[in-house]
Design a protein around this ligand. Structure first.
Ligand SMILES: C[S@@+](CC[C@H](N)C(=O)[O-])C[C@H]1O[C@@H](n2cnc3c(N)ncnc32)[C@H](O)[C@@H]1O
Length: 296
């Protein structure tokens, strides 16, 4: 695992994140409990950002009770300095790592735990995720002329990763996310998503993990179905996700009406938004799209 490399510990040693999800890395429920508990720690590694601001990214604690294992704590995404107390005596070893590598390590550790069903009593999902080759081919054809080669891509609301396959075929290695942990889990088990870039998270919280305009392009496939009732929610999802794009956003929808609603919303927050038709014989997926280019 990336966390072993980062902490420079043996691959056979157990290493876990204290928290169970990215959302919990914002509120730190378990970390707060651990810090209050006066846990007996055998060894300690401080993870510090390489270059840049040399921020502390996290602290790995080696525990022997109830089992010999490393527990990684991070307050990097919480807006707090919850870990300060642990480092006061200066007894820690220090490892340096790029901030983004650290996030990949965190995301991978959570994805592996999810995929191993560590967070579930029993798996309610019996069948593998839907995979429609014609849809993927159609999306690949549609995206090919739009996406500049070498772009850094974020795919929001990726579901089980069907659309992600089109991005991969075009040579991209997108960061992906969805609110639904079962969708991400199925996609990981099926090999549709990469564990170091597959996140379970409400898209509206992505800005806690990535700075504005971090990606060249943000995409979302079959966002919606958008109606009058859920539109305020989707508006927030799409407007906040778009803030992470430097150059372009692409959102596909089922109907022209949905694409036009999204275009109007993005047009009002500084995007040149164009609606494009993308009909095919299936008539189900990605029939319309909103193409947004950042103005200024
Ligand atoms: C219609 S599905 C499309 C899935 C996938 N993009 C595809 O085309 O196959 C919409 C997805 O949006 C996800 N979603 C809904 N609200 C979300 C939110 N606030 N943050 C992240 N994902 C969300 C759902 O869990 C669902 O997987």
């Amino acid at each position: 695992m990336l966390l072993h490399e980062m902490l420079k510990i043996d691959g056979g040693e157990g290493v876990f994140l204290a928290e169970e999800s990215l959302a919990d890395l914002i509120s730190l429920p378990v970390t707060s409990e651990i810090l209050r508990s006066g846990l007996k720690v055998e060894d300690l590694i401080e993870v510090v950002e390489e270059g840049g601001g040399a921020h502390r990214l996290g602290v790995a604690l080696r525990l022997t009770e109830p089992a010999d294992t490393w527990l990684l704590l991070t307050d990097r995404y919480s807006g707090s300095r919850a870990l300060d107390g642990y480092l006061q005596d200066g007894a820690a070893r220090v490892v340096r790592v790029e901030e983004e590598k650290f996030l990949e390590g965190v995301v991978e550790a959570l994805a592996i735990s999810l995929r191993s069903e560590l967070f579930c009593d029993a798996c309610p999902v019996a069948s593998p995720p839907l995979f429609v080759p014609e849809r993927i081919e159609g999306l690949e054809r549609f995206l090919r002329p739009l996406l500049p080669a070498g772009s850094e891509v974020l795919e929001v609301c990726c579901g089980s990763g069907m659309g992600t396959q089109a991005l991969k075929r075009l040579g991209f290695r997108p960061w992906t996310e969805d609110l639904d942990s079962c969708e991400i889990c199925m996609a990981l088990k099926a090999g549709h998503l990469d564990s170091d870039r597959a996140m379970v998270l409400d898209a509206r919280l992505l800005d806690r993990f990535f700075p504005p305009r971090r990606f060249d392009v943000v995409v979302g496939f079959m966002v919606g179905l958008i109606d009058d009732v859920n539109w305020p929610l989707w508006r927030e999802v799409l407007v906040s996700s778009s803030k992470l794009a430097e150059k372009m956003v692409i959102y596909t929808t089922y109907t022209e009406r949905e694409a036009r609603i999204v275009a109007e919303a993005l047009g009002s927050v500084g995007w040149a938004a164009e609606v494009a038709a993308n009909p095919d014989d299936l008539g189900i997926y990605d029939q319309w799209a909103l193409l947004g280019r950042r103005l200024g």
